[in-house]
Design a binder for this molecule. Structure first.
Ligand SMILES: Cc1cc2nc3c(=O)[nH]c(=O)nc-3n(C[C@H](O)[C@H](O)[C@H](O)COP(=O)(O)O)c2cc1C
Length: 219
């Protein structure tokens, strides 16, 4: 069986990579996982532990060290199902766009490109510099799927999990892996559970219009 590769780099949004891994593991696909040095720091900051065993359990995946170029992932002779970098930092985006293989994530992405295997990147940064935009264009022109970590809101998300699953679902679609993570657009808006913004609750917004009117009254 060929396995997918998932890389987690140091952009915010570690939950995207971990959620993707949960689904791939649940489907018995035994993904290879590589976490960059910065990625491990951000995973720990955002999810409470930088240790994959704490987040995913001990089995169902194979973790490779990002410094280990003897890994099978460093060679095109080792067959894989392609690779997802989620989240993808602008640093890794630039390295992959310019063929700079300074860690195993960059090298595995370079291998995916040269072997014409699917490569999906999930960049997370805002605002985007001209350099990052150009690197995304370079990658898209090389056949890479650029899937920004931009959840939609038309499926009436109620939780952070809903927002994460929206992005992960789009990645799984591109990997041609069946899933039921999100409601698909059917042409009919989801109106049973609309998004509730705090602007609908002025008491939650410091300096709200009501506060300003009250202030005006006092003056
Ligand atoms: C808490 C935290 C959040 C970060 N968020 C982002 C981000 O959203 N996008 C990004 O490109 N870099 C972000 N960075 C910076 C990257 O971690 C840094 O550029 C690093 O060199 C990326 O290395 P890597 O691509 O090898 O993982 C963040 C760093 C920290 C500590």
């Amino acid at each position: 069986m060929e396995h997918p590769i998932v890389a987690i780099t140091g952009a915010s949004g570690a939950c995207y990579g971990i959620r993707l891994l949960e689904v791939l593991i649940a489907q018995g696909l035994e993904p290879y996982v590589v976490v960059s040095e910065a990625g491990r720091q951000v995973v720990a900051i955002e999810l409470g532990s930088g240790n994959l065993k704490d987040l995913l359990g001990p089995s169902g995946y194979r973790e490779e060290d990002a410094r280990d170029f003897t890994s099978p992932l460093a060679s095109g002779s080792f067959p894989t199902q392609g690779m997802v970098i989620a989240p993808c930092s602008t640093g890794t985006l630039g390295a992959v766009a310019h063929g700079i293989s300074s860690n195993l994530i960059h090298r595995a992405a370079e291998v995916s490109l040269k072997e014409h295997r699917p490569l999906i990147v999930v960049p997370r940064e805002t605002p985007l510099s001209v350099v990052a935009l150009q690197n995304m264009l370079t990658l898209a022109q090389a056949g890479v799927h650029v899937v920004p970590a931009n959840p939609g809101f038309y499926h009436a998300p109620q939780t952070i999990q809903d927002l994460v699953d929206f992005v992960v679902g789009r990645v799984l679609d591109l990997m041609k892996i069946p899933h039921q993570l999100t409601k698909r657009w059917t042409g009919v808006p989801v109106i049973d559970a609309p998004i509730i913004l705090s602007s609908a609750h002025p008491e939650l917004v410091e300096g709200s219009k009501d506060d300003r009117l009250a202030q005006d009254d006092r003056e």
